[in-house]
Design a protein around this ligand. Structure first.
Ligand code: C2E
Ligand code: CA
Ligand code: CA
Length: 245
């Protein structure tokens, strides 16, 4: 972090019907002078072990706040940005006030940042996690449950807290084309929709998947079919090209 070796990429999220960008997800990248480009899958698990991930998360959040502030100052439209939050924050009593301080520092409206928490975080210590999320919701923060369907889907947690958005994991999207898998997807989306949750499908790679998800009335889509995660300037070009803004 001190050597500025981390950077933030943004992956567009598009509305399923209009295919217009409606938001994005911030994904960290480590560009090391010795080792070159290192994917988060290769360092986030290590940083989860040694605790450094919490600093990385705040670095990403600050970069996102800076970008949103710059766009607002330039009179450009802004859109909600999803940031990933490690489960480790739950142990930090200062976490909530640090989040609030960061948004205040850049004067960012609360609905412009959506906090993604992976479903597996609700398995280990679900009571503490549910407590934290409910507290944050009361303060006005927005949430998305990430990787839904990738592991032990915490169905009971859907009942005790309200997520604004659920992100269907790529492993579920990959069921498309398989008869039983498609049935499962149909019923999962119907369940989530009956709770009034917005559904984002993640890891969408083909037009067949897009068509199937349209029929399920999913709300938005993120995946290589539309765009890979991009450096901020390329992401802004993408938005300009697809919205004219
Ligand atoms: P994630 O949060 O589930 O992010 C989505 C991952 O899927 C990203 O991988 C993205 O590049 C990839 N992806 C998106 N669309 C497609 C697609 O169509 N096909 C395929 N095959 N992959 C797709 P990435 O950027 O390598 O990140 C991996 C994981 O690292 C993330 O998974 C997240 O768990 C973690 N991560 C990334 N940035 C951060 C961060 O700032 N903080 C924390 N705590 N974790 C992060
Ligand atoms: Ca995520
Ligand atoms: Ca995910």
């Amino acid at each position: 972090l001190e050597n500025n070796e981390f950077t933030v990429y943004l992956q567009p999220k598009v509305d399923i019907n209009s295919e217009i960008p409606v938001g994005c997800e911030a994904l960290v990248r480590w560009i090391s002078p010795e080792k070159g480009f290192i994917a988060p899958g290769d360092f986030i698990p290590l940083f989860e072990k040694n605790g450094f991930v919490t600093e990385v998360d705040f670095f990403v959040l600050e970069q996102v706040c800076r970008m949103l502030r710059r766009r607002m100052d330039e009179g450009l439209p802004v859109f909600p940005v999803n940031v990933n939050q490690s489960r480790l924050h739950v142990n930090d009593r200062m976490y909530l006030s640090m989040l609030q301080d960061m948004l205040n520092k850049y004067n960012i409206p609360m609905n412009m940042v959506v906090f993604e928490i992976t479903e597996s975080a609700f398995i280990e210590d679900s009571k503490t996690m549910v407590g934290l999320i409910n507290k944050m919701k009361a303060l006005g923060f927005s949430f998305s449950m990430d990787d839904f369907g990738s592991g032990y889907s915490s169905l009971s947690s859907l009942n005790v807290m309200h997520f604004d958005t659920i992100k269907l994991d790529k492993s579920l999207i990959d069921y498309i084309g398989d008869r039983n898998g498609e049935k499962l997807l149909l019923h999962i989306t119907q369940l989530l929709q009956s709770f009034g949750m917005t559904i984002t499908a993640e890891g969408v790679e083909t037009s067949d998947q897009v068509e199937f998800l349209k029929n399920l009335h999913c709300d938005d889509i993120q995946g290589y079919y539309f765009s890979k995660p991009l450096p901020v300037n390329e992401f802004e070009d993408f938005v300009r090209k697809h919205t004219g803004l």
